[in-house]
Write a protein that binds this ligand. Structure first.
Ligand code: HEC
Length: 246
């Protein structure tokens, strides 16, 4: 008889509850990955998720402004010619002053951009109806702001700590070497904490994007492992010692 409870001693209700919880968390995790993909992919102008996208999310693209990036990238076809693009880029380069805006840039935007970039269009895009609105898009892109990171951090820490705690509580009922279980339940919390810390460090050192990705991946792998091993032991695995019938 083991001193601590194992799945073999769980009632059928408990096994069903554990199973449904693990499956739902697993599906939730897949959606979390999809959400991650949709919020970060393509930021570097190329489809798909890359390290560069993660760098832009947290560090920003310091040599780019949102307006410059748009007219060099997805908004380029809306401009009538290369000269118009040069006029706007030159304006940004000169410091995006108001007089030059009204003289050179505003006419281009009125003719080519306002159809969509105005309240009248109803599109969820920045409005180009005033100097202040346009100039706001010419500041250097420094990635996610600290208030945004703080908000996402506390949601992540509270939410994921609960997930790791309950999945870990279930996982410790597995029949496995104790050292392995001790490491497995503790380590994902470190990955979580390092992951959040590396968001902030990536704001300063873009190379840390690799650490963000590695920590996120390791936490995901460890969560998936706990879910699959638990489900296996709940339903398929037969303990070596005489099983207790329920
Ligand atoms: C046919 C409609 C349409 C026209 C015309 C258009 N845009 Fe856009 N623009 C969009 C949409 C939709 C988005 C948001 C989707 C996206 O980012 O691809 C967008 C996004 C942008 C952004 C990115 C804003 C951000 O959040 O960083 C900028 C900057 C921009 N447009 C500039 C321009 C400029 C400059 C012109 C004129 C040369 C222009 N757009 C013409 C529809 C339009």
């Amino acid at each position: 008889m083991p001193k601590f409870r194992r799945f073999a001693q769980s009632s059928m209700s408990e096994r069903l509850l554990d199973t449904m919880f693990l499956i739902t968390i697993g599906v939730g995790y897949l959606f979390a990955l999809l959400n991650l993909y949709y919020t970060h992919q393509g930021l570097d102008g190329k489809p798909g998720l890359s390290v560069e996208d993660v760098v832009i999310s947290y560090y920003g693209s310091h040599d780019q402004t949102r307006l410059g990036a748009a007219i060099n990238g997805p908004m380029a076809p809306n401009l009538p010619n290369a000269a118009a693009k040069q006029t706007i880029l030159a304006w940004i380069h000169h410091g995006a002053g108001e007089a030059e805006f009204h003289a050179n840039v505003e006419p281009i935007m009125k003719a080519n951009c306002i159809v969509c970039h105005s309240a009248a269009s109803g599109l969820p895009v920045p409005h180009f109806d005033s100097y202040a609105h346009v100039v706001a898009l010419t500041k250097t892109d420094t990635g996610a702001t600290i208030p945004t990171l703080v908000r996402v951090s506390h949601i992540h820490l509270f939410g994921i700590a609960f997930i790791l705690f309950f999945v870990g509580r279930i996982f410790i009922l597995c029949e496995l070497p104790v050292w392995f279980k001790r490491v497995t339940v503790a380590v994902p919390f470190f990955f979580l904490l390092f992951d959040i810390a590396s968001w902030y460090i990536t704001k300063i050192y873009p190379e840390f994007a690799y650490v963000v990705i590695a920590n996120g991946a390791l936490m995901g792998i460890s969560l998936a492992m706990q879910i699959f091993v638990s489900l296996y032991q709940i339903w398929i695995y037969k303990p070596k010692e005489a099983p207790i019938e329920m």
